[in-house]
Design a protein around this ligand. Structure first.
Ligand code: XMP
Length: 514
C-alpha cells in the first residue's frame, strides 16, 4: 500500500549506515520518503513523481572501479538532488569533478564555514559545527558548481549548482551533532523541493482506513494478535475499516506476563468491540516444553506450536481472503548494495502459517517506522500502556525461565516481574529504561528467614538502555530503588530468597538470558 497521494522523497541507498536515520529525519519534517537501492532505474524514479532525491553516504571510494555509481541521467531529471558524504562524492565524480583521498581525515564534530547565500544554509550561522566521517573528499568541483562550505581540512564541505538543482554536502546533516542539520533538511525539503509537509499521522490513519476499505471491500480478514504494538495497531486499523469482517486470534501460550492476556482481551474486546478469539493453550505449550532445557529448542517448539494452534483455529473459521500482518518499514527496507532486495518476513513467533486458506496479505504499517506506529496507536485511542509497551519476545517468559519450564516457575517469575515493572513505572523510569524484566535463573541458594534455613530461587533483574536493541547498556537504576524492589520481591514472592542485578552490557552479553 503506497501513499501515492502524499508528496514523496526518494532516498537512494549507497550502503551507508544512515539511510534509515535520514528517512526518519525527513519524516520528522512531515514529508513521506522511501529508501531504495542506488541501482533503481532512473525511468522508474521519474515515473514515481518524487519531489526530491537524497543520495546517502556509503563505505566505498567512488574512484574504486567496483564502487556503486550514479547514473548521470539521475542528475538530469530536474528533480532536486541532495548528496550526502559518499552521495556528494558520487555527484562530483559523475559530473566530471575530482574525488581523492583526504590528506587529513575528518571524524566527528568539525568546525565549518557556510556561505549563507546558499538556499541550503538559509537561517543557519556562517560559523558552525557539523558531523564529519570521511576519508575521501572532493578535490575539484564539476564545472558549473560553486563551493558553499569549507572546513580547515576539507576545502569542499559543500557545493551546489542551483540551475541543475544539485546540492552536495560532505558532512552528515541527519546526525544530531550537526548543529543546523535539521534546518538544512528543512531548507532542502521546503524551499528547494517545495514540499508542503503534509505527512501527518492523523491523515495517514484516515487515508489508510479508506484504502483498506477499498482493497478489502466486504471480504474477510484474519489476524494473529500478540498484544504487541505492531500487531495491535495493524489490527485496529483493519477493524476501523471493515469491523466484524476482521477476526483476530489471540493465542495465550501461558508464557505471558502477569495479567497480560486479560489486558489484551479487555482492550480489544471491550474497548474496541473487536471480533476476538482467545485461545487458552497454556497446557498444550507446557506439555510440549516438558523436560526441554535448551533455549533454541524451546524457541523452536514455542514458535511451531503457535503456528499449529493458529492454523487449527483458522481452519474452524474456514476460508478467509486476507491475512493481516504487523510488518513495519524497517522489516522490509531493501538493502542498498545487495543485488536483490533483502526482505525479512516479520513474525514475532515463528513464520507464516502454511495451512491457512487465504489469498492475500494486508500490511497497513509497512511504510511506517516504530515511533510512527506508536503515533498511529495514539490516534486510534489505544491505551498508553499498550502503545508504549516495551518489546516482549515471541517466546515470552519461556526464555526467561532458565532451563526447563514449569507452571510453578512461571508463576514465581510472573510475580517477581510484575513487582519490578510496577516499581519502574512508579519511579517514572519506564520511558528512559528501554527494556526491563526479571529472569528466573535456575540457581537455588541458601538463605535465612526467621530462624529457618531456606534453599530457594534466585531472581535476576535485567534493565537496559538502548536505541536499536543491537547494542545496549545496563541501566543505572538508583540503589535505593533496587533496594526497594529486592525487598518487595523476597517478601512478597514465595520461594525467592535472593535477587541479583545484571550489570553486563550487550555485547558481550545479550539482553535476554537465553
Ligand atoms: P537479545 O537477547 O538478542 O535481544 O539481545 C534483543 C531483542 O530481541 C528480543 N528477543 C526476541 N524477540 N523472539 C522475539 O520476538 C525471540 O526469540 C527473541 N529473543 C530476543 C529481546 O527481548 C530484545 O528486545
Amino acid at each position: 500500500m503506497r501513499h501515492v497521494e502524499n508528496e514523496s522523497i526518494l532516498i537512494l541507498d549507497f550502503g551507508g549506515q544512515y539511510a534509515q536515520l535520514i528517512a526518519r529525519r525527513v519524516r520528522d519534517c512531515h514529508v513521506f520518503c522511501e529508501i531504495k537501492p542506488y541501482k533503481t532505474p532512473v525511468d522508474e524514479i521519474k515515473k514515481a513523481g518524487y519531489k526530491g532525491i537524497i543520495l546517502t553516504g556509503g563505505p566505498n571510494s567512488v574512484y574504486d572501479p567496483d564502487s556503486p555509481q550514479c547514473d548521470p541521467a539521475l542528475l538530469e531529471t530536474g528533480i532536486p538532488v541532495l548528496g550526502i558524504c559518499y552521495g556528494a562524492q558520487v555527484i562530483a565524480q559523475c559530473l566530471g569533478g575530482e574525488v581523492g583521498s583526504a590528506s587529513v581525515k575528518e571524524y566527528g564534530n568539525t568546525s565549518v564555514s557556510f556561505d549563507l547565500s546558499s538556499p541550503l544554509f538559509a537561517d543557519t550561522q556562517s560559523d558552525s559545527i557539523t558531523w564529519m566521517s570521511h576519508t575521501d573528499q572532493i578535490k575539484q568541483v564539476p564545472s558549473g558548481f560553486r563551493i558553499t562550505a569549507h572546513t580547515e581540512h576539507c576545502p569542499v564541505a559543500a557545493m551546489e549548482n542551483q540551475e541543475k538543482q544539485c546540492y552536495a554536502v560532505q558532512f552528515h546533516p541527519e546526525v544530531e551533532h550537526s548543529l543546523y542539520g535539521s534546518q538544512m533538511l528543512q531548507n532542502y525539503l521546503y524551499q528547494i523541493c517545495q514540499c508542503k509537509g503534509d505527512w501527518k499521522m492523523a491523515s495517514f490513519v484516515e487515508a489508510t482506513i479508506q484504502e483498506l476499505k477499498d482493497t478489502i471491500g466486504d471480504k474477510k480478514v484474519l489476524c494473529a494478535l500478540s498484544g504487541g504494538v505492531d500487531s495491535s495497531v495493524a489490527a485496529l486499523l483493519v477493524h476501523k475499516a471493515i469491523g466484524k469482517n476482521l477476526t483476530c486470534i489471540f493465542v495465550d501460550h501461558g508464557l505471558l506476563r502477569k495479567n497480560e492476556g486479560d489486558d489484551v482481551e479487555r482492550v480489544f474486546r471491550q474497548q474496541f468491540d473487536m471480533n476476538l478469539i482467545r485461545i487458552n493453550a497454556q497446557q498444550r505449550f507446557l506439555a510440549k516444553l516438558k523436560g526441554v532445557q535448551d533455549p533454541e529448542q524451546k524457541r523452536k517448539i514455542i514458535g511451531e506450536e503457535f503456528i499449529r494452534v493458529f492454523e487449527e483455529e483458522a481452519k474452524k473459521i474456514g476460508h478467509v481472503d486476507f491475512l493481516c500482518q504487523g510488518t513495519i518499514y524497517p522489516d522490509i527496507v531493501e538493502s542498498g548494495i545487495g543485488d536483490s532486495a533483502v526482505i525479512k518476513s516479520h513474525h514475532n513467533v515463528g513464520g507464516l502459517p502454511e495451512d491457512v486458506d487465504f489469498t492475500g496479505i494486508v500490511e497497513p504499517l509497512r511504510d511506517l517506522f516504530k515511533d510512527e506506529v506508536r503515533q498511529v496507536g495514539i490516534e486510534l485511542g489505544i491505551p498508553d500502556a499498550l502503545v508504549w509497551r516495551q518489546p516482549f519476545p515471541g517466546p515470552g517468559l519461556g526464555i526467561r525461565v532458565i532451563g526447563e519450564i514449569t507452571e510453578e516457575k512461571l508463576d514465581i517469575l510472573r510475580e517477581a516481574d510484575a513487582i519490578f515493572r510496577e516499581e519502574i513505572m512508579k519511579a517514572d523510569l519506564n520511558h528512559s529504561v528501554n527494556q526491563y524484566f526479571a529472569v528466573l535463573t535456575g540457581i537455588h541458594s541458601v538463605g535465612v528467614m526467621g530462624d529457618d534455613r531456606t534453599y530457594d530461587h534466585t531472581i535476576a533483574l535485567r534493565a537496559v538502555t538502548t536505541t536499536d536493541f543491537m547494542t545496549a547498556d545496563w541501566a543505572k537504576i538508583p540503589y535505593d530503588l533496587l533496594d526497594k524492589i529486592s525487598r518487595r520481591i523476597v517478601n512478597e514472592v514465595k520461594a525467592v530468597n535472593r535477587i541479583l542485578y545484571d550489570i553486563t552490557s550487550k555485547p558481550p552479553a545479550t539482553i535476554e538470558w537465553e
